[in-house]
Design a binder for this molecule. Sequence first.
Ligand SMILES: C[S@@+](CC[C@H](N)C(=O)[O-])C[C@H]1O[C@@H](n2cnc3c(N)ncnc32)[C@H](O)[C@@H]1O
Length: 348
Amino acid sequence: MRAIDALQEAQKIAFAPFIFQATVSLKELGIFDYIFENNQKGGVTISEISKALIISEYGIGVLLEMAESADIVEKDENERYELTKIGYFLNANSIVEANMNFTQDVCYKGLFHLTEAIQEEKPAGLKELGDWPTIYEGLSKLTPKEQKSWFDFDHCYSDGMFEEALATVFKKKPRLIYDIGGNTGKFSIACCKFNEDVNVHIFDLPGQLNKALENAKISNFQDRITGTEIDWLSDNPQIPAGADTIWMSQFLDCFSKNEILKILRIAVKAMNSDTELIIIETYTDRQEFSSSKLILEATSLYFTALANGNSKMYKASEFESLVNEAGLTLVEDKKLGDYHTMFTCKKK
Ligand SMILES: C[S@@+](CC[C@H](N)C(=O)[O-])C[C@H]1O[C@@H](n2cnc3c(N)ncnc32)[C@H](O)[C@@H]1O
């Protein structure tokens, strides 16, 4: 890289929050949408946008100047703006949208405390959202906007693979599934829709469990979806024996390696030789696209600054060791969709 280009990149990082916030404003104010609608007719001027959206020319001007330097919009010799491909994705890609809303509504203020979080090994940024030891105690108490952005972020990665995962889960015809970290109950409800005989028992913190059971009731599965409150970080958490399948999707990454080992060992105690333990994760060493790697690295920093201060997105190789150490054998290692890997484990 030439020094002048490197300096330009360094300056972009120095002002990254300005570019990000300008993008959020351009989206929220409907300026991206308006420019996109007018792309066909060769773009729009600041004055036309100002009249159509009733926003000052000054305001639109400062936002679009920044967006132009960040290659989000481009203007022709007649000062008519169009979205670039980057601008198009920022405005219309559903995964970019979920990531941006998550960054803005959940993470932005908390990330300010990242250095402190690393030094203290605590989620020092969480105080920007509320006063809880980890974000999971606070999920059900976030504002509706924060909650929507958190759940959209979580679901936009897990929803796509549930359908594909169900076919594998039900090959063994389980009668009872434990959904560990069942969250909103989406997977448990999907199981009950997929198979009319199965029962699902959810284990989660009280706030999430109540919400999941409420959702199960709305879907008319209250007789088949039950639940128990659990805090895996408490002294002696236990789950009973009896499940054919123990399902942990995007759950173990909420914990440090020692905590994961503790959870897996407790699960092993509740298993017999037929029980399957299924772990679904988005491993950093199993990603095809460089943008997926970036998303996972950012997610790790969310864990550091806001969620719990000690977990991250892990490599598959790290989970292989943990599974083995906990007394499990990996019997199937399967790719699911674009991001996920499914480990099926049995007791050794
Ligand atoms: C990222 S969500 C996973 C949601 C869902 N399984 C999926 O695949 O989309 C993690 C879940 O783990 C739960 N969890 C986190 N820490 C916990 C703890 N200490 N005890 C019990 N559950 C916990 C959270 O409440 C949340 O529902």
